[in-house]
Design a protein around this ligand. Sequence first.
Ligand code: OOB
Length: 546
Amino acid sequence: MLAGCTPWPEADAARYRAAGYWTGETLGAFLRERAERFADRPAVVGDGRRWTYADLDARVDRLATGLSRLGLDRGDRVVVQLPNIPELIELVFALFRLGALPVYALPAHRRSEIEHLCTATGAVALAVPGRHGGFDYAAMAAGIADTSPALRHVLVAGDTDAFTALDDVRAAEPDAVAFIDADPGDVAFFQLSGGTTGLPKLIPRTHDDYLYSVRASADICGLGPETVYLGALPLTHNFPMSSPGFLGVLHTGGTIVLAPDPSPATALALIEAERVTITAVVPPVALLWLDAVQSGAQSDRDLSSLQVLQVGGAKFSREAARRVRPLLGCTLQQVFGMAEGLVNYTRLDDAEDVVTGTQGRPISVDDEILVVDDQDRPVPDGTPGHLLTRGPYTIRGYYRADAHNATAFTADGFYRTGDIVRRDPAGSLVVEGRAKDQINRGGEKVAAEEIENHILAHPDVHDAAVVAMPDPFLGERVCAYVIPRAQAPAKSVLLRFLRGRGLAAYKIPDRVEFVERFPATGVGKISKRELRRAITAGLRAAQAQS
Ligand code: OOB
């Protein structure tokens, strides 16, 4: 396995192979095989284009050839920050065919995150759109190219003067010798961890482990050749990629429809026009869709093709869950997953109270689930505890992170998810809270320490503590408590300073509170629990007054 990664112990690997989970298929070969089987069926629809499986496969060969001529090779890392356009799917499969490793970034990421991904993986190339959603990615890439020594290429989907356009890379004719057979047991790509530390950790996923989760997810979600999947969330995130996501759709010969954004106006129009059967969203997006239909703003849409709405990434309230079938006319599926591996689904034939009141159960009978107290002792079903997990598609370590791995995993290889859950007698999990120092802003994960470090870089700041504050729409927002030095900076100045550091917008604190000192725990650590309580009480009092 790639240096810096933690392999599964050989006995477990042998067990996963014997059970038929790890089949030896690689992502490069995966598309070729499906293209032969589903050649003339529609594969990808988006950005004004419609590609069949054969079209996609041929484009992938031509792009892989061009990338190879550019010097990209087996094992090279490529940071991929493309929005939901057909080229995203084309590019990642071209990289798989070369044995190069995509490093998945989100469109919301900015210089700070992308620079980190480039340096932490030694990426040789970065793929961005030119301009997208009002942001100039090519200009951002120019700054990063100056500071990332290994970076040799910036690839742009769209027009570009300064860099290499993907359209110019694609060879006219594919070159059969360009393709390699990757080792199915080795790392295929990197996902980004939601993180709890100063810098986001990288998650190495193998062909074997990931494709198992894709096949099993496609099965659980009832995908088939008639499936039409709307990619509404950014497709580089694990949820719309593999749960069952666009890979699950390609696995079964279905069609992926790409939405440029998940707003009700865009997404519901696409569901109607393309006869979408299933899609995946985070809770705030689901709330927007429910409200748009209920208020009449989108009530004339024909959504009768929609069979399943998957909601995950953050806790979906029971009240909202109950509105899905009456308003959208489809089955709700709750998805509680993590880029590190484990994914839980409510099943399509589960009883209504399971679907609306739990976050589902694991994909596999070989997903080992432990719910434990602070001393790692199992708690009885029904009692909340820390969720630990180990299994055929859950990593055993982050990339090049020995010190962090020592605490993020138990000695016997269980991943400490940082989630507080309770298990009901039927084995379904209910997410009750979180022990990790992270804010879940409507599915977007913010590591408190990362933001604290950025705030601490301001010369007028003495100390900072970032906590979640409740929000009816996003579930949580980001609140920064700051102890100033002699002179407190104006809030607007501090926020401008943070934006200037090139952070994704969702990480910029929604609220800043200046204080003289932080509440302390019994042992003298900052009591974040107390800070969360204070901001929650403050918000309640303000609401009662208004
Ligand atoms: C998904 O993956 P990540 O890596 O962005 O975030 C994982 C974390 C979980 O540990 C948990 O804290 C939270 O996100 N989470 C949920 C949840 N789904 C994820 N918390 C409550 N309820 C849920 N349904 O978010 C992800 C990956 C694959 C599929 C779906 C989501």
